[in-house]
Design a protein around this ligand. Structure first.
Ligand SMILES: Nc1ncnc2c1ncn2[C@@H]1O[C@H](COP(=O)(O)OP(=O)(O)OP(=O)(O)O)[C@@H](O)[C@H]1O
Length: 294
């Protein structure tokens, strides 16, 4: 472990509907063993990026750790853009897709040791309509499902499952996506277009076998309008997708347009209906603490 003086721990108190007290106590105990102080910021749900950015600038922690789900990691990543600081993750949300893609351990003590350890991955950042994306964003049926999930009172996998049928009934799929790249323009019909930095959705479904978080490119995945129930099952139930369902493009920059507005989500956070998404790989990266490779 490195000689850390002060760690900034950003805790989302509502993430995953989990009480974080025990986690915070364990975190402080492990930090004390390496002679470090812990400064805790509890997210408020409003202006958190700004607050975390100001605290990080003022206190100059040598490590920042996000305890929450994918939304919390994303907001901390936004806050520390341009700062040379490694981000540790304690996965404690209802969706922990990035943690899954980074092979973070399941055990809390191991998670804390990894979050404070010296191994890191320098992962790519994707700009989507000027907002940061770290792992998986999409247009279409999955974003519609996330919208329905966010407006319902049920959380976790069961919450998603409950929303599947209403989403399918209400959806206007298939969608027509126009994809402009530096070399060509193509039109594709599909139920879902994903913009992927990672290989897996949070359920464990490995939809993007070519996805590497640090390879300097992203993939566009177009899920064809074949068997929609099969696709929904695949996204939610850890079944690997057969390649005939999907077309994959590897890119650094693209514009995706739809004639009619289509539901859009970034890293599991619903962003409303849009007609256009401008996507590019940013030149900056972010260091995320990961386990030592075997
Ligand atoms: N104190 C708070 N009160 C209400 N909302 C909050 C609070 N702190 C953070 N948030 C919101 O929590 C969301 C991020 O949650 P995150 O993804 O980390 O956890 P999650 O359990 O996976 O969430 P979800 O179940 O909604 O997907 C952000 O939208 C953020 O604005």
């Amino acid at each position: 472990m490195i000689g850390i003086k002060e760690i900034l721990l950003v805790v989302n108190p509502i993430a995953g509907d989990i009480d974080k007290k025990e986690m915070v106590e364990d975190f402080k105990a492990i930090a004390a063993r390496i002679n470090t102080e812990v400064f805790i910021y509890h997210t408020k749900g409003e202006r958190d990026i700004e607050h975390v950015k100001n605290i990080a600038k003022e206190r100059k922690p040598v490590r920042i750790v996000a305890a929450g789900g994918d939304g919390t990691i994303k907001l901390v990543a936004e806050a520390i853009r341009g700062m040379d600081i490694t981000l540790g993750i304690i996965p404690s949300g209802s969706a922990n897709a990035l943690a899954l893609n980074l092979n973070l351990p399941k055990n809390l003590e191991e998670q804390i040791n990894v979050a404070l350890g010296e191994h890191y991955l320098n992962i790519d950042l994707i700009s989507l309509n000027d907002e940061l994306g770290l792992h998986m964003s999409d247009l279409g049926i999955n974003a519609e499902l996330i919208d329905n999930y966010e407006s319902s009172s049920f959380r976790g996998k069961f919450g998603y499952l409950l929303q599947t049928i209403p989403t399918l009934i209400q959806s206007k799929y298939p969608f027509e996506f126009i994809i402009e790249t530096e070399n060509c323009t193509t039109t594709e019909n599909g139920v879902l277009l994903a913009i992927a930095n990672a290989s897996k959705y949070g359920t464990g479904a490995k939809v993007n076998p070519k996805g590497k978080l640090d390879d300097g490119i992203f993939e566009i995945l177009i899920f064809k309008n074949l068997d929609i129930l099969e696709i929904m099952k695949t996204l939610r139930n850890e079944v690997n997708l057969s390649p005939e369902f999907l077309k994959i493009l590897q890119l650094k920059k693209a514009r995706i347009s739809c004639k009619e507005p289509v539901a859009f989500q970034i890293d599991g956070e619903y962003r409303g209906e849009v007609n256009t998404v401008d996507v590019k790989i940013l030149s900056e990266k972010i260091k995320i603490a990961v386990p030592e490779k075997d």
